[in-house]
Design a protein around this ligand. Structure first.
Ligand SMILES: NC(=O)c1ccc[n+]([C@@H]2O[C@H](COP(=O)([O-])OP(=O)(O)OC[C@H]3O[C@@H](n4cnc5c(N)ncnc54)[C@H](O)[C@@H]3O)[C@@H](O)[C@H]2O)c1
Ligand SMILES: O=C(O)CC[C@@H](O)C(=O)O
Length: 312
């Protein structure tokens, strides 16, 4: 009997896909366009993705043999989980694989907004020595608002408490034990914006969180707010954010994620005070290894008939 086909649609560590190739027919279509994906998927029993490949009804319809979609990462907004369930396809993600990496990048961005490290470095490289141009603010004593006190939000809160920041949170499903571990105080979304010097976004992108931080919410912002988003584009309205930055109501923003990636037409690109990174929250060797390993394990479990770990 021929080996089941495992289609690798986004880049994963090569040694992990090589391990799978010992037992399955592993085929790669990383960097493929939509038409190439649709052409490759009909034979596949398993599909391995990260955040770039959109697995929607059209892909599922084109894949009658598909038994598992394994997402090497946390967010499942690129997978139509309900459609997969209807088609009897297991969806598995790697919920703890990269949360430390995302939290560490977030803290780095919070620091980089408070102390203008990036423009100062560019200035020195350009041959200048302008110490007075790069005054920042201390984080100690500032208030950070953590929007979404889940796995990443909690790690960020604990790390920023160590900077002597006061931590507020807004999360409709917040658990008491998370509040205890972080020392965060739960407030409404409006109070979060009114009181925070730094707002950091850690909610998933869903129908209810799309546009959660828009014009109205930014009108509540404490003057000089600095905003960090390492969760998903689409949660923060990029046009409303750009307007608030241009009007000087916000002091800066750091974004690892954009509504459209790459964000070629984002109003935020080129704005002073904006730090932009190319969705690298999970971009560490350790996170990639863990996420890839969990995804590969899910594929193996489903294709060999073991009980799969459910997506979280
Ligand atoms: N930049 C990256 O590379 C990267 C990597 C990993 C995860 N992420 C993103 O980070 C997100 C968060 O990850 P996580 O592991 O902390 O998820 P999580 O599920 O553990 O936590 C999400 C939290 O958001 C809360 N929430 C949901 N709706 C809310 C709302 N309307 N207002 C306030 N809070 C709300 C939930 O109650 C939960 O506590 C992921 O969904 C993913 O999109 C990005
Ligand atoms: O594909 C990636 O590495 C990004 C993953 C990240 O956004 C996640 O949700 O886990």
């Amino acid at each position: 009997m021929p080996s089941p086909i495992v289609l690798v649609a986004d880049p994963l560590p090569a040694h992990l896909t090589a391990e799978l190739a010992a037992d399955f027919d592993v085929r790669h279509c990383t960097g493929a366009d939509r038409a190439q994906l649709l052409a490759a998927v009909p034979e596949a029993s398993a599909l391995l993705v990260r955040s770039a490949t959109r697995v929607d009804q059209e892909v599922l319809d084109a894949a009658p043999r598909l038994r598992v979609v394994a997402r090497a990462g946390v967010g499942l907004d690129n997978v139509d989980v309900a459609a997969a369930a209807r088609a009897g396809v297991v969806v598995a993600n790697a919920p703890y694989s990269n949360v430390v990496s995302v939290a560490e990048l977030t803290v780095g961005l919070v620091v980089a907004l408070a102390r203008p490290v990036l423009p100062a470095s560019a200035s020195v490289h350009a041959g200048h020595w302008r110490r007075a141009d790069f005054q920042g603010v201390e984080l100690a004593g500032n208030t950070v608002g953590v929007l979404g006190l889940g796995k990443v939000g909690e790690l960020v809160a604990v790390r920023l408490r160590a900077f002597d920041m006061r931590v507020l949170t807004h999360d409709p499903h917040v658990r008491d034990d998370a509040l205890e571990r972080t020392g965060a105080q739960a407030v409404s979304l409006e109070e979060l914006l009114r009181q925070s010097d730094v707002l950091t976004v850690h909610v998933p992108l869903t129908d209810t969180t799309r546009g959660l931080i828009g014009e109205r919410e930014l009108s509540w912002a404490k003057p000089g707010l600095r905003l960090v988003n390492t969760a998903r584009g689409g949660i923060v309205d990029e046009f409303a954010l750009a307007q608030a930055l241009k009007e000087g109501r916000l002091a800066g923003a750091a974004l690892d994620v954009f509504e459209f990636e790459p964000p070629l037409s984002s109003p935020l690109l080129g704005l002073p005070g904006v730090i932009a990174t190319p969705h690298i929250g999970a971009g560490t060797a350790q996170a990639q290894e863990r996420a890839g390993r969990e995804a590969v394990r899910a594929v193996r479990q489903v294709l060999t008939g073991g009980a799969p770990d459910p997506a979280a």
